[in-house]
Ligand binder design. Structure first.
Ligand code: FES
Length: 155
């Protein structure tokens, strides 16, 4: 490598680093504070007694957007000593996965993606595990934490 080539490469690398840093700072200040610090909205899902003792249970939670009642589903999983909520949305292209009780797998009907009970990909094209959603139990009720638009509320 020539001296000129080395200096040109170094200058380009420094300029790229400065532009990247400026872009990150600008993006931080461009988004309103509410978007940066968004917290999940906890939607009531089921009674604590209805939680699965073992395995997977499909449940629903409701929320409201601009006065319209909406319903979404979630998988509640008790597995390997843990209790967690999995989004049913496939990480490939967003189809809704089904749980196969006999195989202990979540199977996506669109392109054959498969996930284990932990939500980890075990086959097919999904690039990432199923998302885990925050779950909390308070006063005998189970709540699922979801990121809703600012105009939405738990129902
Ligand atoms: S959308 Fe699920 S595998 Fe493609």
């Amino acid at each position: 490598m020539t001296r000129r080539g080395f200096l040109t490469g170094t200058v380009k690398a420094v300029i790229a680093a400065v532009i990247t840093g400026v872009g990150a700072v600008a993006a931080y200040f461009m988004y309103p504070a509410g978007m940066r610090a968004r917290q999940p909205v906890y939607c009531e899902c089921m009674e604590e007694e209805a939680l699965p003792k073992k395995g997977v249970k499909r449940a629903e939670y409701r929320f409201e957007i601009k006065g319209r009642q909406m319903t979404a589903s979630v998988y509640i999983v008790r597995h390997d000593g843990g209790l967690y909520a999995l989004s049913p949305v496939c990480s490939h292209l967003g189809c809704i996965v089904n749980y196969n009780r006999h195989k202990n797998e979540f199977i996506c009907p669109c392109h054959g993606g498969k996930y284990d009970e932990g939500g980890n990909v075990i086959a097919g094209p999904p690039p990432a595990p199923l998302s885990r959603l925050p779950l909390k139990v308070e006063q005998g009720r189970v709540y699922i934490g979801v990121m809703l638009p600012q105009t939405a509320a738990a129902a």
